[in-house]
Design a protein around this ligand. Structure first.
Ligand SMILES: [Zn+2]
Length: 414
């Protein structure tokens, strides 16, 4: 990563064209169609969790609208014309980015309304990208509404927000809304491996999954973890060193824990607990990781395949193997113990005790009778009783209960 001027990865690799936007095909396709047909709305609302590409998409759209080199049939901005370059160097007179978190007063919106009236200079449309639009005050929203009710034809607004429910309904109803989705781990992994290639970073598949998981659906967050990972481990990212550098509980420990549950091995489970505690891992983080791990096992058991688990190929094989030791019921119960412990931890006076109790409880789960098994047993017995012909007792003496193997006693008429 030899770079004279260090740029964080999220900025360096920020998508410049629609084609590079990660995992939002529904949004991209609709915007491309609108651009091709020249049927752009006056206001768009981009909603979704943080770090999934809302502002990036707004920027690409703004550039594409004002690009001077692209023909009407093209949709991607050229990135070379004056308009595209001016925007990149923050000198554009037609594209404005406003952070509503710090410009949320009614005066700010009034100023914007004045600005909106002036036609674009040299470009096609004036584009206002208003980030975190839910942060506007009610007065500011109302001022904005006036512009949205009768927008000048040369203006286009893109509002971005993580909290659409806080935007006034009258504003919402005047916008075309796009919901950006969380980015699946596998898509983040693909993106990360491309970046690794161009940065000359070696990383194993598990390490990339670890980074992607830390991002929790947000590409931007995953890319900051990537920067952190490279800063900590250099240009060779290996899962085990990365896990300890990032203070993440190694997935091997989770496999160990579930193995002890399967073997009902309380002793080893307690020494595992001791290791986790003395390594200084955050117990809440451990339990949420364990929940994710048990969920992966449960999904594998329930579906009979590894199709719905978001892990590396190597781990998929491990999950399929480990899942053979469990029934759905036991895994559901383990999840219940984890859930119970997670909600108790914040008020617990001794984390160690809470963790140890939970671990022993999980190991002992297999000892108790499975209710669904017991019910099935009862149903089997009921069926047997129903199928056996009813016998009227001959005398008052008790008859032996009929069983499947012994034929019913012969009835002798008096
Ligand atoms: Zn251009």
């Amino acid at each position: 990563m030899a770079e004279s001027q260090y740029l964080v990865t999220a900025r360096k690799y920020r998508p410049q064209v629609f084609e590079d936007l990660v995992a939002q095909p529904h949004v991209v396709q609709t915007l491309i169609n609108a651009l091709k047909l020249g049927r752009l709305a006056h206001a768009y609302l981009f909603t979704g969790p943080r770090g999934v590409g809302k502002t990036t998409a707004a920027r690409i759209l703004a550039k594409a609208i004002n690009c001077m080199e692209k023909s009407d049939s093209e949709v991607e901005p050229c990135l070379n014309c004056d308009s595209c370059k001016d925007f990149e160097t923050q000198r554009s007179l037609n594209i404005f980015e406003i952070d509503a978190a710090s410009n949320n007063r009614v005066e700010d919106i009034r100023e914007l309304r004045e600005n909106v009236r002036v036609p674009p200079q040299g470009g096609r449309r004036k584009v206002y990208i208003i980030d975190e639009v839910h942060m506007l005050t009610t007065a500011a929203f109302n001022a904005l509404l006036k512009t949205l009710e009768e927008p000048p034809p040369h203006v286009l607004f893109v509002f971005a927000t993580t909290e659409p429910h806080k935007v006034l309904p009258t504003i919402l109803s005047r916008c075309q809304r796009f919901d950006f989705r969380r980015i699946p781990t596998k898509d983040i992994v693909v993106h990360l491996s491309k970046i690794c290639k161009s940065e000359g970073v070696e990383a194993d598949d598990d390490a990339l999954h670890l980074i992607a998981n830390k991002g929790d659906g947000a590409l931007r967050d995953a890319l900051s973890v990537f920067d952190q990972a490279v800063a900590l481990c250099g240009s060779n990212l290996k899962y085990s060193t990365l896990a300890s550098a990032l203070r993440v509980v190694d997935v091997e420990l989770y496999f160990e824990a579930t193995q002890y549950i399967a073997q009902r091995a309380a002793g080893p489970m307690l020494s595992l607990t001791d290791r986790i505690m003395s390594d200084g891992h955050d117990v809440r983080e451990f339990f949420s990781g364990l929940a994710e791990h048990v969920r992966n096992l449960l999904i594998t058991v329930t579906l009979g395949t590894d199709a719905l688990i978001d892990v590396s190929k190597r781990l998929r094989v491990r999950y399929v193997e480990a899942a053979k030791e469990f029934t759905e019921t036991v895994l559901l119960r383990v999840l219940m113990v984890i859930d119970e412990t997670q909600s108790r931890l914040p008020t617990s006076t001794s984390h160690r005790l809470a963790v140890e109790l939970a671990m022993i409880k999980m190991v002992r789960l297999g000892d108790s009778v499975d209710l669904s098994d017991a019910l099935a047993q009862i149903r089997r017995l009921e069926r047997m009783v129903r199928q056996t012909p009813v016998q009227r007792p001959v005398t008052a003496t008790a008859m032996p209960p009929p069983t499947q193997n012994t034929p019913p006693p012969r009835h002798t008429p008096p």
